[in-house]
Write a protein that binds this ligand. Sequence first.
Ligand code: PMP
Length: 401
Amino acid sequence: FFANTTEAPPIEVFHMNKLYLDSTDPNKVNLTIGAYRTEEGKPWVLPVVREAERRLANDETLNHEYFPVLGFDPFTKAATELVLGVDSVALKEGRAIGVQCLSGTGSLRAGAEFLANVAGLKTVYVSDPTWGNHNLVFKNAGFQSLNKYRYWDTANRQINFEGLVEDLENAPERAVILLHGCAHNPTGMDPTKEQWHKIAEIVKRRNLFTFFDIAYQGFASGDPDADAYAIRYFVDQGLEMLVAQSFAKNFGLYNERVGNLALVVSDSKTLPAIRSQLSLIIRGNWSNPPAHGARIVHLVLTDPELRKQWFDAIRVMSSRIREMRAALRGNLEKLGTPGKWDHITQQIGMFSYTGLNPQQVDNLVKQHKVFLLKDGRISISGLNTKNVEYVAKAIDETVRN
Ligand code: PMP
């Protein structure tokens, strides 16, 4: 049965992570995986998550029965409110719901299947570049036409907004436009408020459909409301949309697979039918979502004291990331490393698109054991006060040669 199976290409980020783990160099630095690390280079369980887990462990009323197919309602309500804002007009008018899915990826997958197989939307545009998994998820969900809109200006290390506008203007009506809600992966560069307004205007006028992917709400700026600006603006413009929310980064719950697919529609009467179709999609995928992480997120978001502690935790993470951006840029500028490095501090969130080319990346990996992705993306959280100077020197040496 399996003799003809050919080897699939490796998943780059896990491949590079393995090369890092296999390296015996004492100076090695891991800038691959998008997972938060402390100043000591360790994974961080948020104290508020530990506290929620203690409370859940002591709650004798909880059991391990199945959750409903569409998930734990109090969780989806809290998650949808987090992204749309409690005062959202869409929530007040009963035009928004949430469905629990397997983290950001599962939310994208269930949403994409719904768009392709129920709504008949089979053309998608993703940013160039984008998170490596977007194409695979949309392709596997049944999308027939996978396209890119320009996003990055390599020469100037900023958003190619003219190219983006032109490509959206030329997208066919009813095309799905995938937008990163905040902290664009891999570039770390988000549109300005004015640019978001322009994108919303085009989407509305050209009858495009928005699918937001928000994997870093609160993690990006430390303020979940600020990070949801674009999504809320689109809702205020009366646009319908899907939003894939991940709680991997902002709660540090990577392996618990906590996600919410939020839907905003123009007519609340369509929601029962939409829910029934999503039930079938999820039933045929994973049937029912896992409970542990959703209970944690629900408890933290709805308990005022725990919610405050969560705000403290996301500020700790986003501040450390900002400090490391400043430190890397500062070290490069101190060394007089050829090129401009201000984009490192203009960017936001987990990643920086450094602008290093594939040969330079290769040199960093081979000569300096600084591990990053081929496209020059680094995960800022792999930096700390002990290794940032080493990384800057490695980049400096690489750029000069
Ligand atoms: N979208 C983007 C842009 C991401 O960066 C990520 C995490 N790497 C995700 C979605 C989803 O990740 P997860 O499935 O772990 O929530």
